[in-house]
Design a protein. Structure first.
Length: 397
């Protein structure tokens, strides 16, 4: 499965060969395309470096990036996409209960993830597979929860990467509280909280903005605006660009091209530096696009037009960096061939690991409910044991 073929995957069309979007939705799509937002961009979709004074403040944060660094960023994005594609396939084949794909958002996650120091702490949602990769979390550990065999397969403190959070937006409060503690401890590390455009409308996020501003917490709020909160477009949630919300709370916000890995790396480094220097929180809006479904239970052809998705496929973050690498003579075909083989090996390893995961102990759900036990829990455990035993009895007959 090549990078290009994965990038070009098309969602299933509805009957009749047309996308399920209505004429009104197509009109809205055209209007959105004609009003491209102002944002920080260091690498164009054609793979050319952007050099202008407008981006100079941020460009300095990637001035020392070497060809080797660029190849590393490319490798990160390719392997993350390959893992994501394998997880999607596993769910379709009944090996996972659900999967939230990051297809199209690799640059936002890898760029910001590689900006972090080891002592920084990350609070993700449930789609930050690329950030997990940057933090050294084994990809197979991400899949246990989606297979239903554990509640998260890694120790958060081993990689300073918190467990995935399903409750929308709540992790921003956890991140803010943690950052306040970091500040009180006198440490110079920073905290980053990831969330989406849909979560930005949650009360928990607003409360996080308030507390982080008042207490000058060293936290970066990283919003991946993929423009669709399931089937709800961003303009149904806000009348202003998301990054401008920070102004009302008294801290800066910046919009970055979320498909430009260099720009995401630079802007996140800038925001983290502010946090470490005691300058408080920052809101980073990574303007990107969800090229696949919200999750594998979703059908995006019911609410968005093919034309919109196709326009964003032309801005694919992986192809963008590949064009830059090739045009700059920073690599050769041997590099891409080796990486393709590595990505296929990763896919095989993930598939084998998922299928080898042992089933969980059915009675574990009754453990640690109460510190000293409880009669009702004991009764429920006994009833469940009898229910399980009934299957064995039926088999014996």
């Amino acid at each position: 499965m090549t990078v290009e073929s994965t990038a070009a995957r098309k969602p299933r069309r509805s009957a009749g060969g047309k996308a399920g979007a209505t004429g009104t939705e197509r009109t809205r799509t055209a209007a959105r395309k004609s009003a491209e937002p102002e944002l920080v961009q260091l690498l164009t979709p054609e793979g050319k470096r952007v050099k202008n004074n407008k981006n100079a403040e941020y460009a300095q944060y990637v001035a020392g990036v070497t060809p080797e660094d660029l190849r590393g960023l490319y490798r990160d994005m390719v392997l993350t996409r390959r893992f994501d594609a394998e997880a999607t396939a596993l769910q379709r084949q009944g090996e996972l209960g659900l999967w939230a794909s990051l297809l199209g958002q690799e640059a936002a996650q890898i760029g910001s993830g590689r900006a972090l120091r080891d002592d920084d702490y990350v609070f993700p949602t449930y789609r930050e597979h690329g950030v997990a990769w940057c933090r050294g979390v084994d990809p197979t550990n991400l899949l246990g929860m989606f297979r239903g065999v554990n509640n998260g397969g890694w120790d958060p403190n081993s990689n300073n990467f918190h467990l995935y959070t399903i409750v929308i937006g709540s992790q921003t409060l956890h991140a803010t509280g943690y950052a306040m503690g970091v500040a009180k401890d006198g440490a110079d590390s920073a905290v980053i909280a990831y969330f989406g455009d849909g979560a930005s409308s949650q009360g928990d996020v607003a409360e996080s903005f308030t507390f982080s501003a008042v207490y000058n917490a060293p936290v970066v709020f990283f919003c991946q605006n993929n423009q669709w909160a399931i089937s709800e477009p961003t303009e149904k949630q806000t009348r202003v660009p998301l990054y401008q919300r920070a102004q009302g709370y008294g801290f800066p916000g910046v919009r970055v091209d979320g498909n430009d890995v260099l720009a995401c790396l630079a802007v996140t480094r800038w925001a983290l530096e502010r946090a470490r220097n005691g300058e408080g929180p920052t809101l980073v809006e990574a303007y990107t696009y969800r090229m696949g479904a919200h999750t594998t239970s979703d059908d995006p052809t019911k609410y968005r037009a093919d034309e919109e998705r196709e326009s964003w496929e032309a801005k694919d973050p992986i192809l963008r960096l590949r064009r830059h690498l090739e045009a700059s003579n920073h690599t050769d075909e041997g590099f891409f061939a080796e990486l393709e083989a590595e990505s296929e090996a990763l896919g095989r390893r993930v598939r084998e690991a998922v299928r080898a995961m042992p089933d969980p102990d059915h009675f574990a759900i009754f453990e640690n409910v109460y510190a000293d036990g409880h009669a009702l829990v004991d009764e429920e455990r006994a009833q469940f044991a009898a229910y399980q035993a009934s299957f064995a009895d039926e088999g014996g007959n």
